[in-house]
Design a protein around this ligand. Structure first.
Ligand SMILES: Nc1ncnc2c1ncn2[C@@H]1O[C@H](COP(=O)(O)OP(=O)(O)OP(=O)(O)O)[C@@H](O)[C@H]1O
Length: 634
């Protein structure tokens, strides 16, 4: 079972007690709503926020065309006021809400009359009138939805004692160049709140300088004209992490984005990357404007492919830089590339020899950020970031797991980052597996693992229609992976392998055979645990438990992607018992069954002495200290 829904939260770090600020806000409020018709009482926090939002809306310079929207808005004011005029108890709440909304709409209508633009960027291939009609229609639709939502929210208030989700008010960040789309800006606040709470979106902004509405539709993106043909045609709407992260990223903010595996984080950081480059005015020096770092070669290649589809319509070029392949083509491509996707080791090599120059890079992404910040990579990351400018640089960290051990280190690279996390009852981004994955754990005798694996493969990939179903088998060690691959091949199963002892060519060939379905069984080490987006992996089988429960969450995340269901089966032995408590917590958080035999190993989560060593922590050494063993995948 999933956890109970949590309200969406936008932490407001403002000091609301300061007198001068308070006075200023009240002045703004007066400006925004006339002479403060709040029924004689002091405006609520909500009302003040809304007024502030409207005020900002009015201040935004622009040349928005005058449209029928004004009439429409006025019409809606009447409708709202009519609704507000009704008198029974359940409608008195509505009437307060409706009055508030009426004031908001009146103000908006007035601003439209005064010629203030609400939207900044419009698709270049549309005529202004076409856009106006479309947005008018959308506004009308939004208004209808708003009235419906008002009724619903009034109803809820009457049944739950008046509790409200915390609000995220839409607004503009005039300094950044990002302006909310007019349709998005016109959406009723209740709809935005609803979106945040139903998608379990938690936004924590230490500055509170921007209260940005989530981009709930691709059409609300200011960049879509730069990426035509649209990269979104296959998708209905942005995923929650995309919706929530885009406005902040488009505003130039640093962001930590924590969202479950397979939830579209690549586009979450990829789309604003294009916008960041196209809006930059720098023309001198190195062409590189963005760098995206990932822990494995295969993941770097995958991100690169996705970035290419975004970049080429905007006439930007990209390069993928990783080890195990010749440097020359990479050196050449670096001369013109605007976006560098890289694994850290090879990128540092190329920086050191002078082939890569990051001095103009102002968009830095650490994908699988917790992995990039653990001891295996920390030093490499420091070196890379040190060659980028401090001023004007946007730093992004995206991951599905965000252990406390890396959080302090992350903050040393970032400027007041906005923290966005997606997940039920998970405002601090604690460890969560994707809830679309069914997790089965079998406690077995270590000597029976291979026999049990064979049985499971026959059961889930047997003959007939199931024989081509993709199954990913994880081992802990390279030698173990090689042995299991041979074991399966010797029993007539078509298996490929991927691990660090193989040449890059062979790794690439195995992955490609698995992706295309030529070989439906892949035996891997944790080199394939993170980020890989392989279509329709039916099941993940863990033959040996990984070294950390974070790695477990990433491994099983290769199935159940982009909203699909998945299956993960884990063979757990007494050798893994130190991890039982942490695994139980992950199972519990995702509402999964916890086997009695697993509970017998204990529920205590052992506090690790060196959490920063992440997946490669092997226990304390002499004197409680252990040297970091640098194990790299590239
Ligand atoms: N808005 C969207 N709607 C539906 N599918 C989407 C959307 N955006 C991206 N996807 C698809 O979702 C899949 C997973 O995306 P992606 O690989 O970016 O996930 P992720 O969150 O980075 O996962 P991981 O944590 O495993 O790295 C991809 O196949 C991608 O094409």
């Amino acid at each position: 079972m999933t956890e109970a829904p949590a309200s969406a939260v936008l932490n407001d770090g403002n000091d609301h007690t300061k007198k001068s600020k308070k006075r200023r806000r009240e002045d703004i409020l007066k400006d925004a709503v006339g002479n403060g018709d709040f029924g004689g009482s002091k405006p609520s926090k909500e009302e003040r926020r809304e007024a502030k939002r409207l005020k900002k809306l009015g201040e935004e310079p622009g040349a928005g065309p005058e449209t029928d929207e004004v009439l429409q808005l006025n019409g809606n004011v009447g409708e709202v006021e009519k609704a507000a005029a009704n008198g029974d108890q359940s409608e008195s709440k509505l009437s307060k809400e409706a009055r508030k909304e009426a004031r908001r709409l009146k103000k908006l209508a007035k601003e439209q009359e005064n010629g203030h633009a609400v939207a900044e960027q419009l698709p270049s291939n549309n005529s202004v009138n076409g856009i106006d009609k479309a947005s008018d229609k959308a506004t009308l639709k939004a208004e209808k939805a708003r009235l419906k939502a008002e009724k619903k929210s009034a109803k809820t208030e009457n049944t739950d004692g008046g509790s409200q989700p915390n609000s995220t008010k839409g607004t503009f960040d005039s300094g950044s160049g990002y302006v909310e789309d007019r349709v998005l800006a016109a959406l009723p606040q209740s709809e935005i709140d609803d979106f945040l709470s139903t998608n379990f979106i938690t936004i924590s902004d230490p500055t509170s300088s921007t209260n940005l509405r989530p981009i709930t539709q691709f059409s609300h993106l200011p960049t879509h004209h730069t990426t035509s043909p649209s990269p979104f045609t296959a998708f209905k709407s942005p995923t929650p992490i995309q919706s929530a992260a885009w406005p902040f990223l488009l505003s130039g903010r640093d962001v930590i984005g924590v969202a479950e595996t397979g939830s579209g984080k690549t586009l979450a950081f990829g789309v604003p990357c294009i916008r960041s480059i196209t809006s930059s005015s720098r023309t001198r020096g190195s062409p590189a404007r963005a760098v995206i770092v990932s822990p494995t070669r295969e993941l770097a290649a995958q991100i690169h492919t996705q970035m290419e589809t975004l970049a080429s319509p905007a006439h930007l070029s990209t390069v993928c830089v990783y080890g195990g392949v010749p440097k020359d083509p990479q050196r050449l491509a670096l001369k013109t590339a605007h976006i560098i996707v890289a694994t850290p080791g090879r990128l540092n090599d190329l920086i050191n020899e002078g082939s890569a120059d990051l001095s103009n890079v102002n968009y830095v992404v650490l994908d699988e950020a917790d992995r990039m910040l653990d001891k295996g990579f920390e030093e490499e990351i420091r070196k890379i970031i040190a060659t980028t400018p401090t001023k004007g640089r946007q730093t992004l960290m995206f991951t599905a797991t965000w252990p406390p051990s890396v959080r302090d280190l992350a903050s040393t690279f970032m400027k007041t980052p906005v923290h966005i996390s997606i997940g039920a009852d998970n405002p601090t981004g604690e460890l969560r597996a994707n809830t679309k994955i069914t997790q089965l754990v079998e406690v077995v005798d270590p000597r029976q693992k291979e026999t049990r694996l064979l049985q499971l493969l026959k059961q889930h990939q047997g003959a007939g229609a199931k024989k081509n179903d993709r199954i990913l088998v994880f081992c802990l060690y390279k030698k173990e992976a090689a042995r299991i691959e041979s074991f399966l091949s010797a029993r007539g199963m078509k298996a490929a392998g991927i691990h660090g002892d193989m040449s890059q060519d062979k790794r690439t060939a195995s992955l490609s055979a698995f992706k295309t379905g030529t070989c439906p069984l892949l035996v891997a080490t944790d080199v394939a645990a993170r980020g890989l987006d392989i279509p329709a992996v039916k099941a993940v089988i863990n033959v040996t438990f990984p070294l950390t429960v974070e790695d477990y969450v990433h491994r099983i995340g290769r199935t159940g992607r982009a909203g699909a269901d998945g299956l993960a089966i884990t063979l757990f032995t007494e050798h893994d018992k130190a991890q039982s408590g942490a695994l139980i917590n992950v199972l519990r958080a995702a509402g999964q069954e916890i086997p009695e035999e697993l509970l017998r190993f204990g529920t205590t989560v052992k506090k690790k002495g060196h959490e920063a060593y992440g997946a490669f922590y092997k226990g304390p050494g002499v004197g409680g200290k252990k040297e970091g063993t640098k194990i790299k995948f590239d």
